[in-house]
Write a protein that binds this ligand. Structure first.
Ligand code: UDP
Length: 316
């Protein structure tokens, strides 16, 4: 019998890539996704799609799966600040529903939490043992606190019902299929899009804030190993790079690599923007025998190629 996988948020950037991996491994995939932050369908035709918000998909309680991957979320700060309640609901009601289905199915439950659970960290690179520095009622709390609550829910299901729970915290993953536009554009695709179209690159504040970036293929490999590794049951793992770069240096690098004539402008700093973020991924390296393989430059090149091609085909 073919294994069955439910992926919430499967039409998104990360979801669509993990689904390609699952299909390549002969797994039947069902997606629940409301397309609220999608421009187009990104999953192949053979995938069953239930188009509704994850928190409303109660009919799935009657279905059984071997794996449940809960990715449905609104990770872009400019978007979630405008949709705080919908952001919270995919993490409170949505996570609870996905966990119920995992319990009834006796499934492996993998939750894509976030490096945002650390807030504005005092320790960088951040190990999983750091509990975070989060404002519980600040503008970002709809995302970071509800993600933290999801982790608590998942652990409560593990402790109460013995559900096989695995929690990962991805750090700024990027690559083809990530959105570049509007409130959804995260920094890398937005800067590349601005550079390719000759618009100024919009650096928020002084640009000295840092992030570490992970190319999506490295994320897919880590997540796949995490799903199947017997000794990783119950683990909480950072999935990210430790290579920190400032936003201003990232902007300069993208201008250089695209050969763009765009200038850099400094815009209003984002409220509660974490000043530094980079992953200590020693635990994932050991448990999954994994490490990032794709350099930032190579990842940027591949993302640029993808965005250039989209522009040439009039898809932007
Ligand atoms: N950023 C920026 N200009 C932009 C978009 C983002 O300077 O047009 C900065 C943002 O302030 C943050 C970093 O880039 O410090 C990463 O932002 P992103 O939205 O990609 O994700 P975050 O890591 O904040 O969730």
């Amino acid at each position: 019998m073919r294994e069955k996988m439910l992926v919430s948020g499967g039409n998104g950037f990360l979801g669509s890539h993990i689904i390609d991996m699952a299909l390549g491994n002969g797994i039947d995939v069902t997606v629940v996704d409301d397309f609220s932050t999608s421009k187009e369908r990104q999953v192949p035709k053979e995938v069953e799609v239930i188009q509704k918000p994850v928190e409303n998909a109660r009919e799935l309680l009657d279905r059984r799966f071997d794996f449940i991957l809960h990715l449905a979320a609104r990770p872009s700060p400019e978007d979630y600040l405008r949709n705080p309640l919908r952001t919270i609901d995919s993490n409170d009601i949505g996570t609870r529903l996905m966990l119920e289905i995992a319990r009834l199915s006796n499934a492996t439950f993998l939750y894509t939490s976030t490096s945002e659970v650390y807030g504005d960290p005092a320790v960088v690179p951040i190990p999983e043992s750091y509990f975070g520095n989060v404002n519980p009622n600040g503008v970002r709390s709809c995302y970071d606190e509800s993600k933290r609550f999801s982790e608590a829910l998942a652990k409560a299901f593990e402790r109460t019902y013995g559900v096989d729970v695995r929690i990962e915290r991805p750090f700024n993953v990027f690559g083809p299929r990530i959105r570049e536009d509007g409130f959804y554009g995260r920094v890398i695709p937005r800067f590349i899009d601005q550079a390719l179209s000759g618009q100024p690159l919009t650096v928020h504040g002084d640009g000295l804030q840092t992030r570490s970036y992970l190319f999506y293929t490295d994320w897919v490999n880590a997540t796949w190993k995490f799903l199947y590794e017997p000794s990783a049951k119950g683990a909480v793992l950072n999935i990210g790079s430790s290579e920190e770069i400032t936003v201003i240096d990232l902007a300069k690098r993208i201008i250089r690599m695209t050969g763009s004539a765009s200038e850099i402008i400094h815009t209003k700093p984002r409220e509660e923007d974490p000043k530094r973020r980079a992953a200590d991924s020693a635990k994932a390296r050991e448990l999954l025998r994994w490490k990032p393989e794709v350099s930032l430059d190579e990842g940027l090149e591949r993302t640029m190629d993808w965005l250039r091609e989209k522009r040439e085909h009039g898809k932007l």
